[in-house]
Design a protein around this ligand. Structure first.
Ligand code: NAD
Ligand code: MG
Length: 383
């Protein structure tokens, strides 16, 4: 029996995780749920899954949660520290990391320090300080299981060979809503246009990241940290059907890929049941869906994000954390209607250029770089 702590249970990944849990009452029990600020969704989930402990990160929502959950017999907590406490407590042995952005770093790290199994969808902390998270896992005996679909695909494909036999990783990208848009259209694209993802249904931040290809940029760094291949051996190809999630080329030139419908419940299920495969009643991939599978090289001129990722990745140290923080700020400014779409690229690029890279020796160094990048990227007139 796995006892779960779901960090970010009210989001897109959180909801899909609970959909899997619901299918296996004998395998999984929900020990704790955490949300950012969504009181209503959290209350519905508490009523259904009856966790012993619940936390909401936004303290201003605490009274609303208490009011909404008057009859709840478990423990209600509020604040960012409460999330770390629930992630770390020994009563759960599996943590699903599904908070969006850097806010997930401390709770995820808390779980890793306690030697738990941790299914990670929340890629931003891995980008910020993957090596520190891995070191924490190694020290405690924790296991990191990738949930991001491309990384789950690499993880699954990697089982076809031995350690050290992977020569190249190809991450696929849907191309997002602006795959065919011209540069001028993209410059002033609206929030609504950018939020219209062609194949995946996800939270707002990652949907914008898919429109800029920054999601794939973050995934390049995530793959480097998770699988240890050099940046030269990690490629991105645009694959509009989102059926082939990643391909792995082995040392004998054989290529193994993982395919499936674009449904995050598949990688979530695998992260939960690994190393087994279990029938979760999810829809199978109809073969006719593969009548045409296309792969195109990404357009680096319209989507400079990938260049930023290779630059930050090769610089190493605090550079990936800066890339991530600048992007989080720029995406929020765009979602708030304060900057044009293409200014996301301008701000991220300018912040990366202005950063003095430091070695990623300690968490404090990473957090300082993150804070610096947030201030820099938020400044008016950054181009
Ligand atoms: P979402 O916006 O739908 O949900 C985010 C969750 O985090 C919510 O429960 C929210 O309440 C919580 N949260 C937000 N801010 C918080 C804060 N400051 N403190 C604590 N909790 C907070 O996001 P999502 O689409 O589910 O994505 C979650 C993570 O998974 C992201 O890192 C994303 O890149 C990654 N991911 C998502 C998908 C997908 O299909 N949605 C696929 C691959 C990877
Ligand atoms: Mg992905």
């Amino acid at each position: 029996m796995k006892t779960l702590c779901v960090l970010g249970s009210t989001g897109s990944i959180g909801v899909s995780t609970l959909d899997i849990v619901r299918r296996f009452p004998d395998r999984y029990r929900v020990r704790s749920l955490t949300a950012g600020a969504n009181v209503e969704k959290l209350a519905e989930q508490v009523a259904e899954f009856k966790p012993a402990r619940v936390a909401i990160a936004d303290k201003t929502k605490f009274n609303a949660v208490k009011e909404r959950l008057k009859d709840y017999k478990g423990e209600l907590l509020a604040g960012a520290d409460a999330l770390c406490e629930l992630a770390a407590e020994p009563e759960s042995n599996y943590v699903v990391s599904a908070i969006v952005g850097a806010a997930g770093l401390m709770p995820t790290l808390s779980a890793l320090k306690q030697g738990k199994q941790v299914g990670i969808a929340n890629k931003e902390p891995l980008v910020m300080c993957g090596p520190l998270m891995q070191a924490a896992a190694e020290k405690s005996g924790a296991t990191i299981l990738p949930i991001d679909s491309e990384h789950s695909a690499v993880f699954q494909s990697a089982r076809a060979g031995n350690r050290g036999e992977m020569r190249k990783i190809v991450l696929t990208a849907s191309g997002g809503p602006f795959r065919k848009a011209d540069k001028e259209f993209m410059r002033t694209a609206t929030r609504e246009q950018a939020l219209k993802h062609p194949t995946w249904n996800m939270g707002a931040k990652i949907t914008i990241d898919s429109a800029t290809l920054m999601n794939k940029a973050l995934e390049i760094i995530e793959a480097h940290f998770l699988f240890g291949l050099p940046y030269e051996a990690i490629e991105v190809w645009v694959h509009p059907q989102s059926i082939v999630h990643a391909l792995v080329e082995f040392s004998d030139s054989s290529v193994v890929a993982q395919l499936g419908l674009p449904d995050m419940r598949l990688p979530i299920l695998y992260a939960l049941t690994y190393p087994d495969r279990v029938d979760g009643g999810l829809p199978a991939l109809p073969i006719e869906k593969m009548a045409a599978l296309n792969f195109e090289p990404p357009d680096h001129d319209r989507f400079p994000s990938l260049k930023f990722a290779y630059k930050a990745g090769k610089l190493g140290g605090t550079a990936p954390a800066v890339l991530n923080a600048a992007n989080e700020v720029a995406v929020q400014l765009f979602l708030d209607g304060k900057i044009h779409f293409s200014e996301i690229f301008d701000r991220v690029g300018a912040t990366l250029d202005a950063h003095e890279v430091k070695p990623m020796d300690r968490l404090e160094t990473v957090l300082a770089a993150d804070a610096w990048a947030r201030t820099y990227a938020a400044k008016q007139g950054v181009k």
